[in-house]
Design a protein around this ligand. Structure first.
Ligand code: ZN
Length: 445
């Protein structure tokens, strides 16, 4: 470690081999070595002794709606990436919709990158979008470095991002698989949604009935069939219905190239606790019953669900009306995802190593970011420093995202992020941020 500029020392460093006391040597933004706890600090290197705070790899959140440009009153790169940094996230991948333009052509991607360039406090990558009429744009977007393509199988909530019917899905998936790309899918079947009772109004039970499990289950079954036929790589976004888990488990056993994510709100909030009119809890698919949640945790534990991402999707507060049918659907989770998931994980007997696997290692793998997602030599020196036994009560005023609407207000959570580091630089500590140091990432494999 003779060339180290910085050494981070902790009694609890989470490495791919487990948690141990170690000294992590960093130079030029990279982890050079993970050494013994008592390793000698080279002359000229700065020692950061973190005591018993846990050093974990910065989280990689592959599902974030930044909405910038175009709907920057909802969110923006400056505020979203600050919220992420405050929550221990060092990389995010931005969804192609809710910004104007959506990321559906190479020109639009360029527009988004121009906007993001000097505002990113953490590293930012981009998903492209697969629309009914942009099949010709998919390969150029892939070559321009998007990490894959998002499609909806039911209406997305914004007019400029129409959904794919089964024929269009087949067409887009064939094209994407022809260049080895990844299709990520919002899987709710529009026919099942149409057939469900659309009561409207402030009752959460009515909203839940309007987005039934079988809408998810059917769409996922169709997606599995398409992926199998084309031997294509697909990813199920924000799984909520536990009824789909046996289908997914079987597809995985059969070798279908499918991965699955779920979100902190499905893992930590339940339908039973949502007050009527509280549309800060609205998202699609919806937060379901606590028995459903138990099965999601079981599926994370057994690997049927691969990873946990926020699906941070804010809007202005006025769009969160008390009518669940018309309120904007989306939950803002960037700053709280680690603490929320950790709080519930520890209650259920999981370790922080599990949380790191779900929220950093596996998400980095999903998008092929080999330089992220683990504390080991050669990777980027991206870290979160966490006091896992410390608690805090969620105060919306302390949140960094633009509109401080949150479904977690008043909750007491375990896990205080003391500082976050990006390529060897501390980018936030105790609520104080540096200037933006994030880079824009492109797919490398
Ligand atoms: Zn989303």
């Amino acid at each position: 470690m003779s060339d180290a500029e910085l050494v981070l020392r902790s009694t609890r460093v989470i490495t791919p081999e487990g948690t141990r006391a170690a000294s992590v040597a960093v130079s030029a933004g990279k982890i050079r070595a993970v050494l013994g706890y008592d390793a000698e600090v080279p002359s000229g290197a700065r020692l950061e002794d973190l005591g018993d705070d846990v050093l974990l790899p910065g989280l990689v959140d592959t599902h974030v709606h930044v909405n910038d440009p175009g709907r920057t009153e909802w969110e923006g790169f400056w505020t979203a990436t600050r919220a992420a940094a405050a929550g221990g996230i060092t990389t995010l991948v931005d969804m192609p919709l809710n910004s104007l333009p959506p990321t559906t052509t190479v020109d639009n991607l360029r527009t988004k990158k121009d906007v993001a360039a000097d505002k990113a406090h953490i590293d930012v990558g981009f998903w492209g979008g697969a629309l009914p009429d942009n099949v010709k744009d998919l390969r150029p977007l892939h070559e321009a470095g998007v990490f894959g393509f998002k499609a909806f199988l039911s209406p997305s909530g914004v007019d400029e991002f129409p959904h794919l019917d089964q024929d269009r899905l087949a067409q887009s998936l064939a094209e994407i698989s022809s260049f080895g790309g990844l299709l990520i899918v919002h899987a709710e079947d529009p026919h099942h949604l149409d057939a469900a009772p659309q009561q409207g109004g402030p009752k959460y039970a009515d909203f839940l009935a309007s987005r039934p499990r079988d809408a998810e289950d059917t769409a996922i079954a169709q997606l599995i069939a398409q992926a199998k036929r084309l031997h294509a790589r697909v990813h199920v976004l924000h799984l909520s219905s536990s009824d789909a888990l046996p289908l997914i488990a079987e597809a995985k056993r059969e070798g279908v190239r499918i991965t699955v994510e779920t979100c902190p709100h499905y893992l930590t909030l339940t339908a039973e606790e949502v007050p009527d009119g509280a549309s800060e809890f609205k998202c699609c698919p919806p937060i379901r019953e606590s028995a459903n949640q138990d099965l999601l945790w079981q599926a994370l534990a057994d690997g049927t669900i691969d990873c946990v991402v926020t699906d941070h999707s804010p809007s202005t507060a006025d769009l969160k009306t008390d009518d669940f049918a018309t309120a904007w659907g989306g939950i803002s989770g960037l700053q709280l995802s680690l603490a929320a998931v950790w709080t519930e994980a520890r209650r259920r007997g999981h370790g922080l190593e599990d949380v790191v696997r779900w929220m950093s290692a596996r998400t980095a793998q999903l998008v092929g970011l080999d330089q992220k997602g683990a504390i080991e030599a050669g990777r980027d020196a991206d870290f979160a420093v966490l006091a896992p036994d410390a608690t805090f009560t969620v105060d919306p005023a302390a949140l960094q995202h633009r509109n401080r609407v949150t479904a977690y207000a008043g909750k007491t959570l375990y896990g205080v992020v003391k500082s976050t580091w990006l390529r060897g630089e501390r980018i936030v500590a105790d609520g104080e941020f540096t200037d933006p140091k994030g880079r824009l990432l492109t797919r490398t494999n």
